[in-house]
Design a protein around this ligand. Structure first.
Ligand SMILES: NC(=O)c1ccc[n+]([C@@H]2O[C@H](COP(=O)([O-])OP(=O)(O)OC[C@H]3O[C@@H](n4cnc5c(N)ncnc54)[C@H](OP(=O)(O)O)[C@@H]3O)[C@@H](O)[C@H]2O)c1
Length: 245
């Protein structure tokens, strides 16, 4: 079974929540992690914790709405560690609201970050993976893409797009590349911070605080997908707290 140890894993949205938990767990297990997000002070602090624990890490300010930033993140992994084994396209936002409110800027942010950000990650890493002859995309969708609920139409649409793009990519990938969809349920992170509708935000925060699972649950699912033998592709993992309907 391949070791996680010494694999080079780039993670977008590594400055908090699921991305931060994933970087921490994989670094503990010996991966060389390459962190991207916009808030560099948080990346710097996380990198310092990883180094203090004996891990190997690099980080770079990355806004996934800028294609060039993804190219630079992938290049950083290759320059610093010689290759890229895994790209975790995790960055995402969830400013949900009823469609009637016409919060069109929120819709655009979700499309730009959740869909185009993943596509830019694919565009950056796919040529590198082809050249190497190996590589693994792990794309973060959501249970919102499994069961669509009111107020989440656009968010669910973006995550359904991630699932569709990932499944198409998996079928095109051939024998050497792996593609995994991770679909988290309610997870205890800062995701509600992006919600601009105060009522929806309060409701979701209350539900999150009642039932959410720790982000480490998703980090472990990601580690499971990575540690499978190179010819085993975990297609999708859906992880929910038991209390989620
Ligand atoms: N928490 C849940 O219940 C849940 C459920 C299903 C799916 N998810 C998905 O899980 C992923 C991680 O979310 P989370 O729950 O961990 O929330 P979070 O704590 O708010 O983390 C979101 C991360 O995305 C980054 N990000 C946002 N916009 C970005 C941009 N333009 N460029 C680069 N990075 C950006 C943020 O970093 P910066 O602000 O520093 O850039 C942050 O690191 C998302 O794709 C989310 O949709 C979460």
């Amino acid at each position: 079974m391949p070791e996680i140890s010494d694999t080079v894993v780039a993670i977008t949205g590594a400055s908090s929540g699921i991305g931060e938990a994933t970087a921490t767990l994989l670094a503990e297990r010996g991966a060389k992690v390459v962190l991207g997000a916009r808030r560099t002070e948080r990346l710097e602090a996380l990198a310092a914790r990883i180094v203090a624990a004996g891990g190997e890490v690099a980080y770079q300010q990355t806004d996934v709405t800028r294609r060039r930033d993804l190219n630079d993140l992938v290049a950083l992994a290759c320059q610093r560690f010689g290759q890229l084994d895994v790209l975790v396209n995790n960055a995402g936002v969830m400013p949900i609201s009823p469609l009637d409110e016409l919060r069109v800027e929120d819709w655009e942010a979700m499309i730009d970050i959740n869909i185009k950000g993943v596509l830019y990650g694919i565009a950056a890493a796919l040529p590198v993976f082809r050249e190497q002859g190996f590589g693994h995309f792990i794309n973060t969708a959501s249970t919102a893409a499994v069961r669509v609920t009111p107020n989440q139409s656009v968010y669910a649409g973006t995550k359904l797009a991630v699932r569709a793009i990932s499944e198409g990519l998996r079928q095109e990938a051939g024998d050497n590349l792996r593609v995994t969809i991770i679909s988290p349920g309610m997870t205890s992170t800062a995701f509600a911070d992006s919600i601009t509708d105060p009522t929806v935000r309060a409701e979701l925060e209350m539900r999150r605080d009642a039932i959410a699972m720790p982000p480490d649950a998703i980090a472990r699912a990601i580690a499971f997908a990575i540690e499978q033998p190179a010819d085993i592709d975990v297609g999708e993992i859906v992880v929910r707290p038991t209390a989620q309907n």
